[in-house]
Write a protein that binds this ligand. Structure first.
Ligand SMILES: O=c1ccn([C@@H]2O[C@H](COP(=O)(O)O)[C@@H](O)[C@H]2O)c(=O)[nH]1
Length: 283
């Protein structure tokens, strides 16, 4: 039987280095690569990323929105990207930030985590702001299918604090309550659990300010914000402190901007990984 997601992720981070490259086919990037902003251009862009990076980096993270904006043809491209990236040896986190209630959350979970689904992936980003327990159908199906879940914790966008830093009824921050939920789901894991957190590389001292212990959560820590959003590898030590070993830095536009040359994309990913390694050490 396949190993649980957290174990597979640690093993691939050890082998390939701790880096996630996002596949975000912005219209501006399609244009910069000389491609049309249509489903054919999207497919060429995304499959070039797979060809360049799926055998090299630990994790690829297609951003679902950029595929959905091309309608059903775009979703078909997403299916191909996820399938072929996994076949080439990368782990795939589908960044769709799903979140809903009850049976609707179950349907989202089935769409991405049931391994017989056309969109089947290794891990899915989810939004806990309908309440952490609203994610239970996805958490349960992920565990059954040996997949991962990445719960939005402290996101990289500047307006996130309005919700995530707010103090909830128990007196702690909303983000701390989400982290507590993740910690409970990972309880007993000796190393990385299957339930991860999204914590932006841009958030400065928020983890410390809110009194959050990320290391104790055993969560893989997906850290977007490197590159186009202004964070560099240097920010990682300050943001994550004692939890740096569990960080998976993520960058999209900064790497993708090097394309369409396959070798230029590979070199850009290598440069980002080297910069992160200098801060994080070996995973
Ligand atoms: O807190 C979050 C959660 C997700 N993202 C996503 O990551 C990429 C970032 O792309 P860049 O080009 O490297 O800025 C994008 O898909 C976001 O939706 C995030 O940035 N922050």
């Amino acid at each position: 039987m396949i190993a649980p997601f957290g174990i597979r992720l640690r093993s691939l981070m050890n082998k390939r280095g701790a880096l996630c490259v996002g596949i975000d086919p912005h219209a501006s990037l399609l244009s910069a690569w000389g491609l049309d902003d249509d489903a054919r251009g999207l497919e060429r862009f995304a499959m070039t990323c797979v060809e360049a990076l799926a055998g090299q980096v630990a994790v690829l993270k297609p951003q679902s929105a950029f595929f959905e904006r091309h309608g059903s043809a775009g979703v078909a491209v997403l299916e191909r990207v996820v399938r072929e990236a996994r076949e080439a040896g990368a782990l795939v986190i589908t960044d769709a930030k799903r979140g809903d209630i009850g049976s609707t959350m179950t349907a989202y979970a089935q769409a991405y985590l049931d391994q017989s689904s056309p969109l089947a992936t290794d891990a899915l980003t989810v939004n806990p702001y309908l309440g952490y327990e609203s994610l239970r159908p996805a958490l349960d199906l992920a565990a059954a299918q040996r997949c991962g879940i990445f719960v939005l914790g402290l996101t990289s966008n500047p307006e996130a604090g309005q919700v995530q830093h707010a103090v909830g009824p128990q007196g702690g921050s909303v983000a701390a309550a989400i982290v507590a939920g993740v910690s409970a789901d990972n309880a007993g894991c000796p190393d990385l659990g299957d339930v991860g957190l999204v914590v932006g590389a841009t958030i400065g001292s928020a983890v410390t300010d809110l009194g959050i212990d990320l290391a104790a959560s055993h969560a893989p820590l997906l850290a977007p914000g490197i590159g186009a959003q202004g964070a560099g590898a240097g920010e990682l030590a300050k943001v994550f402190g004692a939890a740096v070993r569990n960080v998976l830095p993520s960058s999209s536009r900064e790497v993708l901007g090097a394309g369409p040359s396959v070798t230029a994309l590979q070199d850009a990913a290598d440069r980002t990984l080297d910069a992160c390694r200098a801060v994080l050490g070996e995973p």
